[in-house]
Structures are given as C-alpha cells and as structure tokens.
Design a protein. Structure first.
Length: 334
C-alpha cells in the first residue's frame, strides 16, 4: 500500500510557546506512514529539536512499537536507569516511575552514559486530566543564557554523578544493569568509565565524570548536555531531600551531582540552572494518541506534575558516542 500524500502532510506549524506540531487531518496506517516518512520526520527533528505529531491515534503498545521502529529503526535497551520503568519488550518502556505531584526537571536522557540515545520517542496513550506535559528546552539557547564563568568551569571540569544503589529509592541494581551478578556489573563499569565501590553491606556506590558541554554530532553546535540540575539534591523537594539525608546520609544519597573535581554544587547554582531552563521551556499539553520526537542532544525534556491517569510510552534510538565522552578518564577502583 502506498502512503504518498500531498506535501502539506509534512508542513509543520512553528510556535514560540510549544514544540513544532505536525497535524494529521485524516486517519492513516500509523506504522506504514511512519516507515515511509521516517527520514523526513527525523530531518524535521534535526532542524527544530523536537516535533509533536498529532492525529496518529496511537492506542496500544504493539502499535506504538511498530511506529517507533518505522521512524527510527532499532530501539535500544536502557542501561544505567536512575528510576524504574515498566518494560513492554524490544526497547519499549513506560515513562519513568516518579511521584505524580513532583516535577522531573529538564534533562537529557542518559547524559551520564558513554553512549547516549540521539533520539527520544514518546507516545501518549492516555492524557492526564491536568498537567503532565513533556516540555522541551533548546540546549544551545540554555548554554548561551548561562553565565560564562559557570559554563567555563563545567566545560573545563565536566560534571560528576554519584549513585548509591538500594531497593527502596531509584533504580535497583538489577533495574540499572540488567543483573545482580557482581562480576557482570564490574565489567560493565570498567567498560563504561565508571568507578565502583562495594559497601560493607553489599550495596554498590558508583562515581562517573562526564562532559557538561558537547557538540551536536550532526550540526556541530555546542549544547548544554547533562543532568547536573535534575539529579542534584537541591532540585528535590525540601522534605524529600531532608528525609533522604536523614535516612542515607549526605554521602549515601541514591543520586547526586558535583563539579567534575568533586566539589559540591551549591543550591544557588542549581536554582540558576533550573530557572534558565524554565526561561527557555516550550510546552504543549498531551492529547491521547500524540507522538513526540525529541533530539536528545540538542533538546532537554521534562515531565511536569499531573493529576489523573497518564500513560506515556518511551523508546530510545540512534545511539551516539559523543567525541567529548572519549576523553573521559577511566578510573576504575574497587
């Protein structure tokens, strides 16, 4: 079956307050349409950083998987997850488990990994009653808006992520690494420039240093690319932060970020980063059936608080080994 159609089908509506939108005015075979127009859609994402497709009427996981595969080819499994997801098989997941009333602040997915997804794919099966948008922010604009001195320090030192794995908060060892076997976990850490430390109680603590500013592999533009603010203790709600510090201690938080030299990042810096993201945020409320494509390197994304049922499926594709990541020192200690 042919899916040829007028050029207007790919005419994108550009808006200052939300991601570009492509509206489907009549029903199509979503999977076949995605396979035929995948290259054109990916080009739009490269040009604009994100693209919302409205009118595909996505309804169930198998359909979503077929659409995602048609658009992006092979979907990649998640490793080093920071919070649990429900797997739907073959690289398709639920959105991250996170309290409904707490925001997931702007971040680039898996920016602490050596090989990062270049493309994020989101499909909304059930829109929330209120809130819950997956908002976006242009990483080049954010970089240019930040104080030069702060950018220079992070560009010089990179940023550091520390993680302490447990079965109560965040992703467990098996959810993050796909196994609880110590040797397999250690081999993964060595291969991915992650320092690892087994604690006396058997828990794992890891430290990894990554670049905070990278060049986009296609456009060459410099991008603010990290999860410095999102995974920092000062982004947490005050009562949550106090509980975690009381429960696990300052050095045992499930996750935290530091400057690349290991120095703490102050609350003022984290608030500045989140405020700068907010100044460059574009948002559009989900409608059931929507598809959102995000260039994960050029564009940060968030998840806003919501009420009511919300079902959004997620996949990652087009893995990239960024040039800056190749220079990250490998320091693997027990």
């Amino acid at each position: 079956m042919s899916f040829s159609s007028p050029a207007s089908l790919l005419e994108v509506e550009l808006r200052p307050d939300g991601p570009p939108v492509l509206r489907m005015e009549s029903p199509v075979d979503a999977a076949g349409w995605a396979a035929e127009y995948g290259e054109a859609l990916r080009a739009q994402v490269t040009e604009h950083g994100a693209l919302l497709v409205r009118g595909l009427r996505l309804r169930e996981p198998d359909q979503v998987r077929a659409v995602f595969t048609g658009l992006a080819g092979e979907l990649i499994p998640e490793r080093e997850a920071f919070a649990p997801r429900k797997p739907y098989g073959a690289g398709l997941y639920s959105s991250t488990a996170w309290p409904d009333n707490q925001p997931m602040c702007m971040h680039h997915e898996l920016s602490y990994a050596l090989r990062v997804p270049g493309l994020m794919l989101f499909a909304c099966l059930t829109a929330p009653a209120e809130g819950g948008a997956t908002a976006v922010a242009d990483a080049e604009q954010v970089l240019n808006a930040l104080p030069e001195e702060l950018v220079e320090r992070f560009e010089r030192e990179g940023w550091q992520l520390t993680r302490s794995y447990n079965d109560e908060i965040g992703a467990s060892l098996s959810e993050a690494f796909g196994t609880e076997d110590r040797e397999t976990v250690e081999n993964y850490c060595r291969a991915h420039a992650i320092d690892f430390f087994w604690q006396p109680d058997g828990a794992l603590r890891t430290v990894q240093r990554r670049p905070a500013v990278v060049r986009h592999p296609v456009t060459g533009r410099r991008c603010w690319f990290n999860q410095i603010a999102f995974l920092n203790e000062w982004t947490l709600a005050e009562e949550v932060r106090e509980y975690l510090v009381d429960e696990y201690g300052q050095d045992g938080l499930p996750f935290n970020t530091r400057y690349g030299d290991g120095s703490p990042i102050g609350e003022d810096v984290v608030r500045l980063l989140n405020a700068t993201y907010e100044q460059h945020t574009r948002r559009e409320p989900w409608q059931s059936g929507d598809l959102l494509l995000v260039d994960n390197i050029r564009t940060a994304h968030s998840r806003e608080p919501f009420s009511g049922a919300r079902e959004v499926l997620v996949s990652m594709a087009q893995p990239r080994l960024l040039a800056e990541a190749r220079t990250t020192p490998e320091r693997n200690r027990r």
